[in-house]
Design a protein around this ligand. Structure first.
Ligand code: GLP
Length: 261
C-alpha cells in the first residue's frame, strides 16, 4: 500500500485527476470504477477541466459505478445513476451507454447482481477504481462484516450510514433507502489499481484502521491491505491519526521520478 499525504483536498484531487488522465492517454480503452459521495467530486472537476483543455478524452473508455440504492423512484436526483451522470459522465465525452451502474430497479435483484459482475468481466475488468470511505470503514456500500470475498449483491445499510447520507435527502432519514446493490469487496479487489481518497478530520479514524489496523471484515476498507496496488490519498486532517505519517511523506517525496501512483 502507498499512502500519499497532501496538504489540501484540492492538491489530492489534482494528483489523482492527473494519474487518471495519464492512464487514459496511455490506454484510451481504460475501464474506470466510479465512486459517489462528496469525496471524489474534486477529482471529477479536475478531469472535466483536463477534458475541456483537450488534455484527455473518455471516448473509448468505460465506467462502472460502485453501488446503487434499491427502491428509489427511477428519476430520483440522488440515485447514484443520476449522480454519476451529473458529476462526471455527462460532463466529458463518454460514449452513450458506456457508463454502467448496478440496476437497483430490477425485478430480479439477484440476476441484476450476477449480470453486473458479468458486465465488468466482459469489459475486461476495472483498471482503476476510485474509492471513498464511510466513517465505519465501508467501501462502496459494503458495511461492517461484509465478506472480504463478496461479489455484487444486495446489502442492508446501517443506521449510521443512513444518518450520514440523510444530508442528500433533505436531512430526512426516512427518505434514505434501507437497501442497496453494491460491488462486493471481492469485486473491488479484482480492480487492477485501487485509489482510496479521504479528506477531513471525520475520516481520520477510518484511515488509521484502513492503513495501520488489522485486516478485518468489521472495517471493510482494511481489505485494501490485501491488494497488490492500493493507493490511499489523504489530506493532513484525514492523516492525523496515522502513527507513521512522517515515513509515508518521506517515502513519497523520495519516489523515483518514473514511478506514478
Ligand atoms: C456512501 C457511498 C460510498 C462513499 C461514502 C462516503 O456511503 N456509497 O461510496 O465512499 O458514502 O461518502 P462521502 O464521500 O460523502 O464522505
Amino acid at each position: 500500500m502507498e499512502v500519499v499525504v497532501v496538504p489540501t483536498q484540492a492538491q489530492g484531487s489534482e494528483l489523482v485527476g492527473k494519474a487518471i488522465a495519464d492512464l487514459l492517454n496511455r490506454q484510451p480503452t481504460t475501464v474506470l470504477g466510479l465512486a459517489t459521495g462528496s469525496t471524489p467530486l474534486g477529482v471529477y472537476d479536475d478531469l472535466v477541466r483536463r477534458y475541456e483543455a483537450g488534455e484527455v478524452s473518455f471516448k473509448q473508455a468505460k465506467g462502472f459505478a460502485l453501488d446503487e440504492y434499491v427502491g428509489l423512484p427511477a428519476d430520483h436526483p440522488e440515485s447514484y445513476r443520476a449522480v454519476i451522470k451529473r458529476e462526471i459522465a455527462d460532463r466529458v465525452d463518454f460514449e452513450p451507454g458506456s457508463v454502467h451502474g448496478p440496476d437497483g430497479w430490477a425485478d430480479d435483484i439477484i440476476e441484476a447482481s450476477l449480470g453486473y459482475e458479468r458486465a465488468i468481466d466482459e469489459a475486461g475488468g476495472i483498471d482503476l477504481q476510485i474509492l471513498g470511505v464511510g466513517n465505519d470503514g465501508h467501501i462502496g456500500f459494503n458495511e461492517p462484516i461484509s465478506s472480504l470475498a463478496s461479489p455484487t449483491r444486495i446489502k442492508t445499510l446501517t443506521m449510521q450510514t443512513r444518518e450520514d447520507n440523510a444530508r442528500f435527502f433533505d436531512g430526512d432519514i426516512s427518505q434514505v433507502p434501507t437497501h442497496v446493490l453494491t460491488q462486493g469487496v471481492g469485486t473491488i479487489l479484482r480492480a487492477k489499481h485501487l485509489v482510496l481518497l479521504a479528506w477531513g478530520e471525520g475520516k481520520a479514524e477510518a484511515i488509521k484502521a484502513t492503513v495501520e489496523g488489522p485486516v478485518t471484515s468489521m472495517v471493510p476498507s482494511t481489505a485494501l491491505q490485501l491488494h497488490p496496488h492500493a493507493t490511499v490519498v489523504v489530506d493532513e486532517a484525514a492523516a492525523s491519526q496515522l502513527a507513521n505519517a512522517e515515513h509515508y511523506k518521506w517515502t513519497f517525496a523520495h519516489k523515483p521520478a518514473w514511478q506514478s501512483i
